[in-house]
Design a protein around this ligand. Structure first.
Ligand code: ADP
Ligand code: ASP
Ligand code: MG
Length: 419
């Protein structure tokens, strides 16, 4: 059976008119032959709105109830889109995550998909219906509703494409694919026609909202090629695929290494925490990061200072949303290890340059730091890997930082970044 998975994000479903347009797009694909499985997100900024309602009750939100609440957003979209399809004569049925057979682990708010029972979806396809599945949600082994983390509908789409062995997995949003920087921040940003999983994972991980990192990871693990496209235009978008597939598409042309600079990503909501004046002995870092892991907080940049008089400082960053959980963990550890002070502050952003070829090209970090210095932007923390350099800067300087780094590496020029 030929199957295409099409996922439509909140930006493509923000009004009933948008939902009608999406229905027409789905019906048009189906009329060309393949069976279509649709995955939807919540309409517009519904998820933020629901989150706001729960947070208005207080900061200690019960995770199980938050998941139950957030999952409703996607369900609204499934019913409306399935109805819109039926109204234009295209048979369709709505499915919640659990009706679609998506089982996850028990981690509320960041659940991982552990299995998909495709029986019901296959039955729907055989009956000639377009299944419209709620993204971002599943059911835990205890029968509780879970959600997959912000942007998680992308992961639902890739998981369904993998288990249904779909011939295509198309992720539609309000931009024409993956760009060399967020096109809303850098007007000269260029669409990247094709990109390998590893670079895309870094770009997604470093803040580019256009695809959830877990979706890219899941695609790489299961050999699913994703096409990121616009709901509103007919452009070819960006293919996210394996290095082997990219080599085939180049027609065998030899390249020694990847691009030095492929894209600039940013994250506007970073919090910085520090444990100051901790005794310089084994086991301290372990306690800090274990306490954070127990609260499901992901740590990003980490700096440990040189030891002075038998003491040092450990600073690290977390997502802005995790500030309170991280602060709590740090205070508990601080009391146990006898630190002089703890610091916890929101208000930072991170700008990152990604390029698989940067490791073998000296001077990349220097060029990036010079670009920021010329704009008078102070660098608070730095972290590097073989394929990225990230700088923590003040939140208010993020847009200028992204534009200056993008310009410094010539990413606005057609010949750059296209290796
Ligand atoms: P959806 O609601 O469809 O899931 P998202 O808002 O999650 O869409 O993702 C699309 C947005 O991602 C775009 O509007 C764009 O501002 C942002 N974005 C950030 N970085 C990039 C990038 N490098 N390329 C394309 N879009 C990006
Ligand atoms: N609606 C969820 C969110 O806003 C999931 C998604 O859009 O993919 O994060
Ligand atoms: Mg999204």
């Amino acid at each position: 059976m030929r199957i295409v998975v099409q996922k439509f994000g909140g930006s493509s479903l923000s009004t009933v008119d948008h939902i009608r347009r999406v229905a027409e797009r789905v019906a048009a694909t189906r009329s060309l032959g393949p069976n279509v499985v649709v995955v939807v997100s919540a309409m517009g900024d519904t998820t933020d709105h629901l989150l706001g309602l729960m947070r208005a009750l207080g900061t200690r939100v019960p995770p199980r109830e938050l998941d139950a609440l957030l999952a409703t957003g996607e369900q609204v979209s499934t019913a409306l889109l399935a109805a819109a399809l039926q109204i234009i004569g295209c048979p369709a049925r709505s499915f919640t995550g659990w009706q679609a057979g998506i089982t996850t682990d028990r981690v509320a708010g960041k659940a991982r998909i552990v299995a998909v029972d495709t029986a019901r979806l296959r039955g729907a396809l055989e009956a000639g219906w377009v299944p419209v599945v709620a993204g971002f949600q599943g059911i835990s082994p205890d029968g509780d509703v879970t959600t997959l983390g912000r942007g998680g509908s992308d992961t639902t789409a890739v998981a369904l494409a993998a288990v249904l062995q779909a011939e295509a997995c198309e992720i539609f949003s309000d931009v024409e694919g993956v760009y060399t920087a967020d096109p809303r921040v850098v007007s000269e940003a260029r669409r990247i026609p094709i990109i390998a999983y590893d670079e895309m994972m870094e770009i997604a991980h470093l803040g580019a909202q256009v695809l959830q990192i877990r979706a890219v990871e899941c695609a790489a693990m299961n050999g699913v090629t994703i096409t990121a496209r616009s709901t509103f235009t007919d452009g070819s978008g960006t293919r996210i695929t394996s290095a082997e597939e990219m080599a085939k598409m180049r027609g065998g042309g030899f390249v020694e290494s990847g691009a030095v600079a492929r894209a600039v990503a940013h994250d506007r909501d970073v919090a910085k925490l520090a444990l100051c004046g901790v005794p310089d002995r084994p086991g301290i870092a372990m306690r800090v990061f274990q306490a954070l892991a127990e609260r499901n907080v992901n740590v990003d940049m980490i700096i440990q200072s040189q030891s002075r008089d038998g003491k040092n400082d450990i600073a690290f960053t977390v997502a802005g949303d995790d500030l309170e959980a991280a602060r709590e963990a740090l205070e508990v550890v601080s009391a146990v290890v006898g630190a002089d002070a703890t610091l916890a502050a929101a208000g930072f952003g991170k700008v990152s340059l990604i390029g698989a070829g940067m490791a073998s090209h000296p001077g990349v970090a220097g060029t990036m730091f010079a670009a920021l210095a010329e704009e008078g932007i102070n660098i608070d923390m730095i972290s590097t890997s073989e394929i990225k350099i990230s700088c923590l800067v003040e939140q208010g300087a993020i847009d200028r930082a992204v534009r200056s780094v993008h310009r410094a590496f010539g990413l606005d020029r057609p010949e750059t970044g296209s290796a």
